[in-house]
Design a protein around this ligand. Sequence first.
Ligand SMILES: Nc1nc2c(ncn2[C@@H]2O[C@H](COP(=O)(O)OP(=O)(O)OP(=O)(O)O)[C@@H](O)[C@H]2O)c(=O)[nH]1
Ligand SMILES: C=C(OP(=O)(O)O)C(=O)O
Length: 210
Amino acid sequence: MTAGLFLIVPIKPLHLAKSRLLGAADRGARQLAAHADLVTAVALDTVTAARQAPGVAGVVVVTSDPTLTEAFAAEGIEVLVDTPAAGLNAALRHGDAQLRQRTATSRVGALQADLPALRPADLASAISAAGDDRAFCPDRQGTGTTLLLAVPGQPLAPCFGPGSADAHAGSGAKTLVGGWDSLRCDVDTEADLAVAVTLGLGPNTARRIA
Ligand SMILES: Nc1nc2c(ncn2[C@@H]2O[C@H](COP(=O)(O)OP(=O)(O)OP(=O)(O)O)[C@@H](O)[C@H]2O)c(=O)[nH]1
Ligand SMILES: C=C(OP(=O)(O)O)C(=O)O
């Protein structure tokens, strides 16, 4: 019996994050501030939906960004401080080590921060399909990864980055296949954002895109 699933959500410092979405919220003089607001909103919607998913015991953000830290703390979401720009897999390993120190029997997973249309039921269904196996959910294009689940009590061993779907499959993770379009729709570009709009954006993101 495990102590529950804890999801780690890593987020880059706001001035570096989601560079391909720059201009999606505002192309005028407020562009940089609007971009930071959009990245924060997308991450908040992602985490809020994840916390509502049955089967998720907790969600922890890993970031070194003070604005993000404040925004998540205001929502009662725990933030672990990582080394600035040490990289995505390093941030995940850091979160993984901290969480497993607390409860050796807990299960750890990684969830991408850019899923603004995420529905709790899609996440819950993917987690249920994983059973206790190491498993991952590919993104909409099939090349990246939106969710990685460790075996309960085992290290996360993340292989995120270009081609991470193949890398995670190669690391022995089961590919989660289902109709979970909201879990697969990460937004790296404005075209991705347009797809997320058709699925239904979370409230914070919707306010920034109108
Ligand atoms: N905490 C933390 N998160 C990171 C780091 N590098 C990347 N991430 C997060 O990991 C996810 C995927 O990162 P990337 O694909 O490198 O970058 P991106 O923010 O999606 O955007 P682009 O600039 O468009 O490539 C995003 O949620 C990032 O914020 C890091 O060094 N620390
Ligand atoms: C890093 C990844 O995501 P993206 O670059 O799509 O944000 C990944 O899928 O491993």
